[in-house]
Design a protein around this ligand. Structure first.
Ligand code: ATR
Length: 284
């Protein structure tokens, strides 16, 4: 890996806008904790400048980068080599340079699964049906993740039905589209409900779903992390269900990139989580 050969390896997160990103906080924490003399920067890059910036990564001293909105699809198209998750999602959020080639992967699946494994151990035991709200890029990653963990039935519910149908068509079985009115029936047989929409995020309308139909052992996961505890997570806890908030996915999706660029696998500790949660609270 070229990153290990370089002294003071440097990585960044590329987005537009990017000032809100918590990635520098996460990676700088790990660099310090693991005593690695590297650095991690914010790179605000407009869509029109993205191809040149990415092609110039190595020349500008970067060993790699995270990619966030709105560049994940362009990053996929620019890569010389992509790993299976990126190919499946047609989106890249982690870039690195290997033997002069631009390589890309997508760690959103790993991030989602890592968060559930840590925050709701054994979550995938004893059921094979899940409900996913939303049909955007995050939903795509999560449907893929659920498929990897053996879910045999995934109900998709989305405001724009055609978008859900496109997603279900891309994944074929086990994804099926249901209308919002049929959500209670879908929930009744599900072990997991995941919100991948932006509903419930600060500044967005609330997500209003009656959790009563979910079985008592079901788990509720929300990828929204601002606020730290959404109304959905609060409602799940109030019903005595296990609930997983979005901050876990944010932390876990950062792990693979760090390991690639800086050569050591970092851990998502309570200390790091506390730091990021405090930063989110301070920004509210
Ligand atoms: P991401 O890549 O983060 O998933 P996205 O592709 O913009 O972002 O998807 C956002 C998701 O939130 C979509 O499922 C979107 O529904 P549509 O496909 O109908 O746009 C959903 N969403 C956003 N705002 C919504 C709202 N006000 N009501 C219902 N769903 C909403």
């Amino acid at each position: 890996m070229t990153s290990l050969a370089q002294s003071n390896p440097k990585a960044c997160v590329i987005g537009w806008p990017v000032a809100h990103s918590r990635s520098p906080l996460i990676h700088r924490f790990w660099l310090e904790q693991l005593k690695i003399a590297g650095s991690y920067e914010l790179a605000a890059v407009a869509p029109g400048d993205f191809p040149d910036f990415v092609r110039g990564l190595a020349r500008n001293g970067f060993v790699g980068a995270n990619v966030t909105l709105p560049h994940k699809q362009s990053a996929f198209e620019l890569c010389d080599v992509t790993l299976p998750a990126a190919k499946r999602l047609k989106a890249v959020n982690t870039l690195w340079i290997e033997a002069g080639k631009l390589c890309g992967d997508n760690s959103d699946c790993d991030g989602f699964l890592g968060a559930l494994d840590q925050d709701a151990p054994g979550w995938d035991q004893g059921f094979r049906t899940a409900v996913v709200l939303g049909a955007g890029g995050a939903a795509r990653a999560i449907v893929h993740a659920l498929q990897l963990r053996g879910m045999t039935r995934i109900f998709l519910v989305n405001r724009t039905r055609e978008r859900a149908e496109k997603l279900a068509g891309d994944f074929k079985a086990p994804a099926e589209v249901v209308d919002f009115v049929d959500l209670p029936g879908a929930m009744a047989g599900a072990g997991l409900l995941v919100n991948t929409t932006s509903l419930g995020m600060r500044g967005q309308p609330p997500l209003i779903v009656d959790l009563a139909p979910l079985p008592p052992r079901a788990i509720v996961s929300d990828i929204v992390y601002v606020p730290l505890e959404t109304l959905l997570v609060k409602a799940a806890k109030a019903r005595g269900l296990r609930a997983v908030s979005g901050v876990g996915m944010l932390l876990h999706q950062a792990v693979p990139g760090f390991e690639r660029w800086f050569g050591k696998r970092p851990h998502v500790t309570a200390e790091l989580r506390g730091l990021v949660e405090a930063d989110i609270l301070a920004g509210l």
